[in-house]
Design a protein around this ligand. Structure first.
Ligand SMILES: C[S@@+](CC[C@H](N)C(=O)[O-])C[C@H]1O[C@@H](n2cnc3c(N)ncnc32)[C@H](O)[C@@H]1O
Length: 440
């Protein structure tokens, strides 16, 4: 049938793409799984678990390797440090893998990758760790909460510090725990095409395990299938993969039939499609994004879900669009953000974000809000949302906007913290433009 595929070699490919070449982890994993679609379900599960787990626990793994290696992780060659990381992950976190297999396969992989001379080094470090698993020194809480939490939960110290300042130590630790738990795949029923009951039956006939979301009647958690694109119900657009917290945007916006809605940063389009569905095929949602590629993603979803009352437009949200001034009943500003609420799904975000990038994003968010609020009619609604949990990008931006725009009032504001396995960390604010109005 096919050539023999070495699963660990594919994991190494993913780790190098992410840590050396700057690829996003979910994309690197998807690329490999798409390329080797014919792999058995258990091989795909092994590749997913080992690559995601290694990325997720990288700070802890590096801390362990540094105790047993003369060459610190940061000075090792990328191939070697990633072989060691995945080796230690198997030793520490995968009970189903015998220690001998984790060590032997790492050594063979180093040789296959052209590092014959480092076989002994890889072997020595991993076997030493394996023998001393019970004696590994971890930072002690009493020596400092921040380094303790950072290593124990593999979260960069600067993020732990920001959360500690915003939420205190005990909430921060709860968050860190939740972000390491296994996420469930959440879906929203395309009610324009099928009822929740019929979709449940349909999915079950396709071999999928379906669990009702307790708060939203049109949402389920699904599991037990191999890959999404192989499900006919997905290809037919009967559902959309979307987190519960993202579904709250349309719930909060409360669109009415016939409304005109502008979503200024819409790709790949999940929230726009949900709002269009809630308007029962009436009115219109204009879903904008910055690049033709992103607009293409929205168009693909419009086609798959057969959404009639929606269009995708290429537009830079930082540039004022005169034609839209005071035209929209609702503006959705689900803006680019540091994404720290979705670390459970995008394992590498925490390493790629920096305090400087986060500050730049907060400035960009304020810039976009200062432009797009003008599109809202008197009495109309602005929804500002992010998938992050930093006050600077969330509450502080809302406060700044309200100071600069007294013609708006705050209806509600909610910071959703990531709760184990249920939903992403997310922020939503609803603002209303007052009815009496000066010209813009
Ligand atoms: C958080 S995502 C939006 C997710 C989307 N609302 C959904 O539910 O599928 C932010 C989006 O903002 C877009 N973006 C970034 N800068 C932009 C700009 N200046 N103008 C318009 N869109 C922009 C990004 O391309 C990205 O797709």
């Amino acid at each position: 049938m096919t050539e023999h595929i070495n699963e660990r070699e594919l994991v190494l490919e993913i780790l190098l793409a992410v840590t050396r070449d700057g690829e996003y982890s979910h994309i690197a994993l998807k690329n490999v799984l798409d390329k080797y679609q014919y792999l058995e379900k258990n091989s795909r599960a092994f590749i997913t678990r080992l690559s995601e787990g290694t990325l997720e626990r990288m700070i802890e793994l590096d801390h362990i390797i540094d105790q047993f290696s003369k060459v610190p992780v940061r000075k090792q060659k990328p191939v070697i440090r990633n072989i060691l990381r995945m080796g230690v992950y198997q030793l520490k976190h995968m009970d189903t893998v015998p220690a001998s297999a984790a060590c032997n396969e790492a050594v063979k992989l180093a040789e296959r990758k052209g590092f014959r001379s480092l076989k002994g080094f890889v072997n020595g470090v991993l076997r030493n760790i394996s023998r001393n698993m019970e004696n590994i020194k971890m930072p002690k809480r009493e020596d400092g909460e921040i380094p303790y939490l950072s290593v124990s939960y593999s979260m960069p110290e600067w993020i732990v510090k920001v959360w500690e300042k915003d939420y205190g130590i005990s909430k921060t630790e709860e968050m860190l725990q939740a972000l390491l738990s296994e996420p469930e795949l959440s879906i929203r029923v395309n009610e324009g095409k099928i009822t929740p009951g019929d979709l449940k039956t349909r999915l079950e006939t396709e071999g999928v395990t379906v669990r009702q979301n307790e708060t939203l009647p049109y949402a389920f958690f699904i599991s037990g299938f191999d890959h999404l694109r192989a499900l006919p119900s997905f290809e037919e657009g009967l559902f959309y993969v979307q987190d519960e917290s993202s579904m709250r945007v349309a719930e909060l916006a409360q669109p009415e039939d016939g409304d005109f809605v502008i979503d200024v940063c819409a790709a790949p389009g999940g929230k726009s499609i949900h709002i269009a569905e809630k308007m029962h095929g009436t009115g219109h949602v204009e879903a904008r994004d910055l690049t033709p590629y992103k607009v293409g993603l929205i168009e693909e979803n419009i086609r798959r879900c057969e959404t009639k009352n929606m269009s995708a437009v290429c537009m830079d949200a930082r540039i004022r669009d005169e034609a839209s001034v005071q035209k929209a009943d609702i503006v959705i500003a689900d803006l680019p953000c540091s994404g720290l609420g979705v670390i459970q799904k995008k394992k590498d975000i925490k390493y790629k974000m920096t305090p400087e990038k986060q500050k730049d994003l907060a400035v960009l968010q304020r810039e976009i809000l200062s432009v797009v609020h003008a599109y809202i009619k008197p009495g109309g609604t602005l929804i500002y949302s992010t998938c992050t949990i930093n006050r600077e990008e969330n509450e502080e931006n809302v406060a700044c906007f309200l100071r600069e725009h007294p013609e708006f009032s705050l209806v509600s504001m909610e910071q959703i913290l990531p709760q184990a396995g249920r939903c992403d960390g997310f922020f939503l604010a609803k603002l209303k433009r007052k009815n009496e109005q000066k010209a813009e």
